[in-house]
Ligand binder design. Sequence first.
Ligand code: DX5
Ligand code: ZN
Length: 226
Amino acid sequence: MDVRIAPSLLSADFADLTNAVREVEAGGAKVLHFDVMDGHFVPNITFGPMVVRALRPLTAMEFDVHLMIYGAEHYIDEFSEAGADSITVQVEACTHLHRVIQQIKSTGAKAAVALNPATPPSTLEYIIGDIDQVLVMTVNPGFGGQEFIEALLPKITEVRRLAEASGREIDVAVDGGIDLDTCGRVTRAGANLLVAGNAVFNSPLGIARAVRGLQECAVSNFEGAR
Ligand code: DX5
Ligand code: ZN
């Protein structure tokens, strides 16, 4: 199973996203995480498909689009056409979650669901056979730079167990408060895709070295725990 870091553009310099892409690529990142916020599901507003489309020609990295929005069904096709390789919806924001997952798959993108901190893994029971990735939110979504919620470590392990029991290749991702201090704990708990914003783009080591450091930490701890 691949163990990967997905730098989140949320903490990048919005006046120079081209440089952000170049730097994370130089650090060896294979996935780039886009945090799309609507000002309703979460208090913050970020960007839409146009930013995904603008960056698409710059890199072959996998584009992982995290929709923290209501009415995701109205935007999925457009994000996919703009270049999203995987599209994540929040289970709390989708009344017809099963249908939304089918819609994502029909575009050819990988389908993923995100669980807020208070949302139990049991919400995955009837959809686990249809998804490619689960994103365990380890902060309440809306902002970068928040503190990791330690109590969620057993939830990561439970989601890993459900993913393995499904018999399918499902990535277990974590998002929020991931840094050199927490990356070992989340990977030992079962996460193999680590979203990191603040720890990448505001690192004193510089962006590329920060990605590399997290990648090494994630790989050694994930494999050590297996
Ligand atoms: C939070 C976003 C995250 C965020 C993580 O709402 O979904 O992707 O960028 O940021 P850090 O790594 O700074 O906690
Ligand atoms: Zn995110």
